[in-house]
Design a binder for this molecule. Structure first.
Ligand SMILES: N[C@@H](CCC(=O)N[C@@H](CS)C(=O)NCC(=O)O)C(=O)O
Length: 234
């Protein structure tokens, strides 16, 4: 399987978590923002990543949208499942996945790109990175009033997560589901923002545990420090 992605996209991280959880082997192709549409539009009719190319006889050529990728993966390899079989728990998982995808993921994007353009500029001050950040800010209409609303929405979501992740480690039922992978992936960018890192340590511990469970590399901000030996090798 081949995953077409932006290496930094949280939605692509979500797809990698699911592939890792199911122990599926895959390769990634990192697309260049701006040029990505030339490749994706003819394949899927849309321009967003992630896109999964199963490269398997009898399977679709290309699957766009992280939720459709999850549904495909559960059909292709049902064990371990991303969605519970119990209809009530399944519906709850799907509703939470959609909430994190459409509302909380967007709120994270607003807060994250606002930070990267201002106090967090030193994370990557290169012209290319700053140009991408400005394009994203314009594309999504990121302005101070909307950043404030996004921050409030994130606070609400984090209070909800604390009520579920702290006591049980699972958002739905008694095992990891698509809801956990979506929340972990879409909130990952906050690990680069000192305010969130300091105020919500339990969130990042949990995000790290989910990545560990899925054999997936940790997001920027949560990687372990280099050992002295690795440091010497670089
Ligand atoms: N609902 C989509 C959202 C994916 C999405 O927003 N991807 C962004 C990157 S984080 C993207 O591809 N943007 C480029 C574009 O819209 O052309 C999913 O779950 O896959």
């Amino acid at each position: 399987m081949l995953l077409l992605q932006f290496s930094t996209s949280p939605y692509c991280r979500k797809a990698r978590l699911a592939l890792g959880y199911k122990h599926l082997s895959y390769t990634v192709e990192n697309l260049t923002p701006g040029l990505h549409a030339l490749k994706l539009q003819p394949l899927t009719g849309t321009t967003t990543v992630p896109v999964l190319l199963p490269q398997l006889a009898g399977q679709p050529k290309a699957i766009a949208d992280s939720t459709h990728i999850f549904e495909f993966l559960d059909t292709y390899q049902p064990d371990p499942p991303l969605y519970p079989s119990d209809p009530t728990l399944r519906l709850e998982t799907q509703i939470l996945e959609d909430w994190f995808d459409e509302s909380i993921g967007t709120a994270t994007r607003f807060v994250y790109y606002d930070y990267r353009a201002k106090a967090g500029k030193q994370i990557d001050p290169s012209l290319f990175s700053q140009a991408v950040i400005q394009i994203v800010r314009r594309q999504y209409g990121i302005n101070p009033a909307r950043v404030k609303l996004a921050g409030d929405r994130l606070s609400q979501a984090l209070a909800f997560l604390e009520g579920r992740w702290l006591p049980t480690s699972f958002l739905v039922g008694d095992r990891l589901t698509a809801a956990d992978f979506t929340a972990a992936a879409l909130l990952s960018p906050l690990a680069l923002l000192p305010h969130y890192l300091q105020s919500y340590p339990w969130l990042f511990e949990h995000i790290a545990q989910v990545h560990d469970h899925c054999n997936t590399a940790l997001p920027p901000g949560l990687e372990p420090p280099l050992t002295a030996q690795q440091d010497r090798q670089l």
